[in-house]
Design a protein around this ligand. Structure first.
Ligand code: PEP
Ligand code: MG
Length: 756
């Protein structure tokens, strides 16, 4: 039987020799196309390269008019060549001129050729050009010939990617590989970052393309596939699957694909054609990626990207790469680009080198996003296609404010963003100067500015922001970024670290507030809730699972030995819940004192005001607890019946409208009447205009994200409080209908030169 792979193998061998020879790039290309034509018994072989202006330019040919090289051009999508490039799919035609897309280029003299085989030149799924062979006769090219041409195209892709052809490009023109690209997605964390791409899953560059011994390569491939299957089974059998960000369904898909016969057959074929096992994986992966980019069905795209991940794993098996991050080789302005990643993986990167994070998937509530926010780095998400368009080291801008990224940006875009970053930096400088100044209004009234936190990475912000303490420590974040319930020791350690870092400044720990949109992958509600925001969450859940609360309370009591402990209960609806929680807390205190543990010297218990029912029992509430804190995010959601996560509704109702302002005032007044301290720790506290309003209503303690402390303090310093109080008293006494109180407040700030 004829060895169908002999042809491609001989061709690859010849190409390898040509690559090694010291040749001018044009000469090398000319010899390559001649070699391909003769090997495939074709009368024509031509290479078109895609330029940044979306034009495919003829770079080399044998058989077509040599004078048309660098002159013949087709737009992306135009003619057969343009169609191949646009669709990233091969075309195999016995009579090219009958194809509806056929476009005749008179300068090439190609009218005498009928059969046509063209393949995209692909690298990591991106089309860099098109390689074509043609014959006079009306023949149909065999599958193995198609395969051989695709393999050859890989070698050419490598030449283009390594910049070999750059010298052949006319001045003013650029190849597509360096084209700027912008993507729009969602804003996951604000801020702007300029830097260089670091692919979280580094694309493994296969440089060793040609195999010396096919049987040996097939054996290597087989071994690697075997280990891959084993490692997937192993991951599936582990309990902490969710922690790695690889949910069971994805792993199941991996397992299915790793055993997919079609995939394995294509890999085998590529090795038989002369490629190394690595190059074979890369070739098949590249075909997949190209198809993925043109797929519109989100389900299919998702499955194809699973395949892509799997191919990466296989490549790592073959090349012996671990997923380790080489901190030393990281640029000092790294912007991590990933399809998705686990929270712990982000923490592995050195913070001082991170300038931003780009995710193809993810949601605002993803753990990695929560951590990134705590680290204060801009995050843009849902950037479909970003990974395959980015190369390690490419310049990139993350615009976390708008949810956009700019890859290889043009200089004017870069200059505009650099200005934005400088402007922010100047403002930060200003805030830093305010850091150690008291947070007083223009007329000397003091307001406590506290910060919200939840993870150990937040702690340095306490000193940097100049916050007076931690007004809300969201303990559930530790639970949300963990693989399983954090053990009592781990909880205690975190709480102790927090109190140590606070150096005597007050810290208010909120008991775990899970449920609603805060889900723990390892702890699911057995009931499928239709309205999780109104469901089994926060204190409702912990009172039903008292062991959870007991463990946490014990850890907190131990961590705060000899110091003050402020405990706050979330989502309280009726006072009975506070009594029940108190009983649990008292029991833990008795238990620890029985074992002679060092107990907190002061224990204060507070409640969050988030559920409107408390508004009609404010006096009793204030007498029951030591302090209250208004959770304006939830309170607004429930008072206005408006889902806090629904972007469609986010601008519809205003927290600065008369009804909600009256609610807020009622609470602060009840606090004064009962001598109970009142804080507000929702997002409202962090925006200067709403912070100004809160202070005007009587709030003297507000807690916000650390980044907001500077702007709010700057606002306070210019605020004539007495004037605002009388302005607000008037404004709230008037009927609210038809008025825009926010605009009135903004006008007040402008008239009084208050920076908002
Ligand atoms: C709130 O609801 O305002 C609040 C501070 O709690 P969280 O945002 O964690 O629900
Ligand atoms: Mg809340």
């Amino acid at each position: 039987m004829r060895d169908q792979a002999a042809g491609p193998r001989v061709l690859l061998k010849r190409l390898r020799e040509l690559m090694a020879e010291a040749l001018e790039p044009q000469e090398r290309l000319d010899r390559i196309v001649r070699e391909i034509a003769s090997n495939m018994v074709a009368e024509v072989c031509s290479l078109y390269v895609l330029r940044a202006d979306a034009v495919l330019e003829l770079y080399a040919t044998v058989g077509l008019n040599p004078g048309s090289v660098h002159l013949a051009q087709l737009r992306l999508g135009q003619g057969l060549v343009g169609t191949i490039a646009a669709s990233a799919r091969a075309l195999n035609l016995s009579d090219a001129q009958l194809h509806p897309a056929f476009a005749y280029l008179p300068e090439t003299g190609e009218e005498i050729y009928h059969s046509f085989l063209g393949v995209p030149v692909l690298r990591a799924g991106r089309t860099l050009g098109v390689l074509v062979v043609q014959n006079r006769t009306k023949r149909h090219y065999r599958d193995d010939e198609l395969e051989a041409l695709e393999t050859t195209a890989m070698v050419i892709a490598e030449m283009i990617a390594t910049g070999d052809l750059a010298r052949l490009t006319r001045p003013g023109l650029e190849l597509d590989l360096t084209r700027p690209a912008s993507f729009s997605g969602l804003s996951f964390n604000e801020g702007v970052g300029l830097g260089h791409v670091v692919l979280h899953e580094p694309r493994i560059v296969v440089t060793n393309l040609f195999n010396e011994d096919t049987e040996e390569e097939l054996r290597r491939l087989d071994d690697a596939l075997g280990s891959l299957r084993l490692s997937i089974d192993d991951m599936l059998s582990r309990r902490d699957v969710a922690f790695e960000g690889e949910h069971r369904a994805v792993l199941e898909a991996y397992r299915m694909f790793a055993n997919d016969r079609g995939w394995v057959r294509r890999l085998d074929e590529a090795v038989r054609n002369g490629l190394t096992a690595e190059a074979a994986v890369e070739k098949v992966q590249s075909d997949m990626r190209a198809r993925m980019l043109h797929m519109t069905d989100p389900y299919m795209r998702e499955r194809m990207s699973d395949f892509d991940d799997l191919a990466n794993r296989l490549l790592r098996q073959l090349m012996g790469h671990g997923p380790e991050v080489l901190a030393a080789s990281l640029p000092k302005d790294a912007i991590i680009v990933a399809r998705s990643m686990g929270a712990a993986e982000l923490l592995d990167y050195p913070r001082d080198k991170l300038r931003g994070l780009v995710l193809e998937d993810g949601a605002v509530t993803s753990h990695v996003v929560i951590v990134a926010r705590a680290m204060g780095i801009p995050v843009a998400g849902q950037m479909k296609g970003a990974v395959s368009m980015a190369e390690n080291g490419d310049a990139i801008i993350v615009d976390g404010d708008e949810g956009r990224i700019h890859l290889r940006p043009q200089s004017d875009v870069e200059a505009a963003y650099a200005e934005k970053v400088r402007f922010r930096a100047r403002r930060q400088e200003l805030y830093r100067e305010l850091r150690n100044k008291p947070s007083n209004t223009l007329d000397g009234v003091h307001v406590d500015l506290l910060m919200n936190a939840g993870l150990a990475v937040d702690l340095p912000q306490l000193a940097e922001s100049g916050a007076a303490g931690i007004g809300l420590f969201r303990t559930e974040l530790q639970f949300m970024v963990a693989a399983t319930f954090p053990r009592a020791e781990a909880q205690e350690k975190l709480y102790r670290d927090v109190l140590d870092a606070a150096k005597g400044k007050p810290v208010t720990f909120r008991t775990i507030d899970i449920g609603g949109d805060k889900v723990l992958p390892y702890f699911k509600n057995v009931v499928n809730e239709e309205n999780p925001a109104l469901g089994w969450r926060a204190i409702r859940l912990t009172l039903d699972r008292p062991a959870l609360l007991r463990t946490q309370v014990r850890a907190l009591l131990k961590a705060a030995g000899g110091r003050e402990l402020r405990l706050m209960l979330p989502m309280v609806t009726e006072l009975g819940e506070i009594f029940q929680a108190r009983e649990i807390i008292d029991r833990e205190v008795r238990h620890l004192s029985r074992f002679a543990h060092d107990l907190p010297n002061i224990l204060k218990i507070g409640a969050m005001i988030e559920v409107p029912s408390l508004l009609w029992q404010l006096d009793e509430l204030m007498r029951t607890v030591d302090f209250v804190s208004v959770g304006s995010n939830d309170l607004f959601q429930f008072v206005m019946a408006t889902d806090r996560g629904n972007t469609q509704l986010s601008d519809r109702f205003d927290a600065l409208s008369v009804p909600f302002l009256r609610v807020l005032k009622q609470i602060v007044d009840a606090g004064k009447a009962n001598d109970t301290s009142v804080t507000l720790c929702g997002e409202l506290a962090g925006r200067p205009i709403s912070a100004m309003t809160l202070v005007g209503l009587g709030y003297r303690s507000i807690s916000m994200s650390p980044a907001s402390i500077g702007p709010v303090k700057a606002m306070l310093a210019e605020l004539p409080l007495a004037k605002l109080e009388s302005f607000l008293a008037d404004a709230m006494a008037k009927p609210g209908a038809g008025r825009n109180t926010r605009e009135e407040l903004v006008a007040f700030a402008r008239e009084n030169n208050i920076p908002i």
